[in-house]
Design a protein around this ligand. Structure first.
Ligand code: F0G
Length: 461
């Protein structure tokens, strides 16, 4: 027998409960997507075979998390699960104060209302939809300070989530540090393709911000995935644990907003964390207006317990390795078949480059929206547009934003699908690519006012 050179990895868990899936025909799916206005957000989840719409809240919890659910203390005030969550947050993220929120955007809303005043600027390493909207609703203007490499889908930079220090300095010079309440930095930058920042870059960003008295608020939604990339890509971190790297990252920031629906392996929840007592005081005042009492923030006690237990699981190296390993498996196979994707493969998702996939479809005819619909029709795999529809409109000119990246995101729920599911995804995308010439774009026939990608409707051109 030939000697096996490379040993494969596999998941550090086995399946205990299964959820049956409906298998549908192509004709059925043609009909379903038309009824959904060619928007995968408007499909019934029942009609989806493999759901790669998001990794948000779609995780499989462990038996330990489910056991914790039975220990939910549903008291209105002072739930013991809140104190467990506070303890784990302090232990693993290292911030002083915790304010729970129903999910990430609840925390973003609070931090924006507390720190941003009309006329202020909030620099960030690329925008995220809800984060930027809350900054704008508070009167702020988002300024993208990510490195240029992030906007180039084929650039192989290992840390495309890095902040461009020159862009940040230019902004400080232009508007003045007092007009910048904080810099918002995200781990494995979602809209850039799940690309991490390096510890070195974070440190330099922190030093520059400190020099000017500007805070850093960490969107730590996928901080653990960022920590994994630092461990495997950045010199000096190969022997550190994920927990050590996470804590070091947080130590160069002043606070965080977290959507627990990602890293923490839960289905709902979020929080805001800060080291500043004044910020804590103010958010604790507004949390009762928008979310719920400061010891539950819109989540049930049992869900806070699942979050607390999820924090301990998320820092296990084998868990995050299997999670990112699955994304890499699909990415590498798609590359072998010549499918245009964002490279290097990111942490939580594969991003198909719709401009390259459908070079004959103009950006105004929504190539990424079209591609997501075609993949669904082919196999029942549900993905999401991350291009011109997601980018929305410029509130001054009323025109679409035309983002450089016109992508379809295949997002991987944690601990949910098998490698055989991955093979089905790969084959379906390859077939869709082979049939690309026949496909035309879409026109938008209904456009909602906010975050239009969720509910917009389309028809075939
Ligand atoms: N920040 C990032 C980087 C996110 O990816 C998300 C959500 C949020 C904040 C908001 O958190 O959904 O709990 O309110 N991203 C989901 C996604 C929706 O599919 O990428 P939330």
């Amino acid at each position: 027998m030939a000697k096996i050179k490379k040993r494969s990895w596999a998941e550090p868990f086995k399946i205990k409960v299964v959820e049956p899936l409906k298998i549908t025909t192509r004709e059925y799916r043609e009909n379903a997507i038309q009824e959904a206005g060619y928007n995968t957000f408007l499909l019934h989840s029942e009609d989806v075979y493999i759901d790669l719409l998001t990794d948000s809240g779609t995780n499989a919890m462990s038996d330990n998390q489910w056991a914790g659910m039975m220990l939910g203390d549903e008291a209105y005030a002072g739930s013991k699960n809140y104190y467990n969550l506070e303890e784990k947050m302090q232990q693993y993220y290292g911030y002083k104060y915790l304010v729970p929120a129903h999910q990430g955007r609840g925390a973003e809303h609070m931090i924006s209302q507390v720190l941003i005043r009309p006329g202020m600027y909030v620099p960030g390493n690329m925008y995220f939809t809800t984060t930027r909207l809350h900054q704008e609703l508070a009167g702020g203007t988002f300024v993208d300070v990510i490195i240029d490499e992030a906007h180039d889908p084929q650039n192989q930079h290992p840390f495309k989530g890095n902040v461009d220090l020159q862009k940040l300095e230019d902004l400080i010079k232009k508007v003045g540090a007092d007009k910048i309440p904080y810099l918002s930095i995200a781990g494995t930058v979602n809209m850039a393709g799940g690309q991490p920042f390096s510890m070195e870059n974070l440190k330099q960003t922190y030093d520059l911000c400190k020099k000017h008295g500007i805070r850093i608020i960490f969107d730590a939604t996928r901080a653990v995935e960022n920590a994994y990339f630092i461990k495997v890509r950045e010199k000096g971190y190969e022997d550190k644990t994920i927990a050590e790297i996470l804590k070091e990252m947080c130590s160069y920031t002043d606070g965080a907003t977290v959507s627990a629906k990602k890293d923490l392996y839960v289905n709902i929840g979020g929080f805001l964390a800060t080291n500043e007592y004044e910020v804590f005081e103010e958010t604790r005042n507004i949390v009762v207006v928008y979310e719920g009492l400061h010891t539950y923030g819109g989540i049930a006690g049992r869900d806070m317990e699942a979050m607390a237990r999820g924090i301990e699981e998320m820092v296990e190296y084998d868990q995050v390795r299997a999670r990112i390993g699955q994304v890499e498996y699909v990415g590498e196979n798609l590359l072998k078949h010549g499918i245009p994707i964002v490279e290097p493969v990111g942490g939580h998702a594969i991003f198909l480059d719709a401009k390259k996939f459908y070079p004959h479809i103009q950006q105004v005819d929504f190539p990424a929206q079209t591609l997501a619909a075609e993949i669904y029709i082919d196999s029942g795999v549900r993905s999401m547009e991350r291009g011109i529809v997601s980018a929305g409109r410029n509130k001054e000119t009323g025109d679409h934003y035309y983002p450089k990246l016109e992508l379809v995101r295949l997002t991987f729920p944690r601990r949910v699908y098998t490698q055989a599911h991955c093979d089905v995804m790969i084959e379906s995308i390859v077939d869709t690519f082979e049939n690309r010439d026949k496909v035309k774009g879409l026109k938008m026939v209904y456009e909602p006012k906010y975050l239009r990608f969720f509910q917009a409707r389309f028809e075939r051109l």
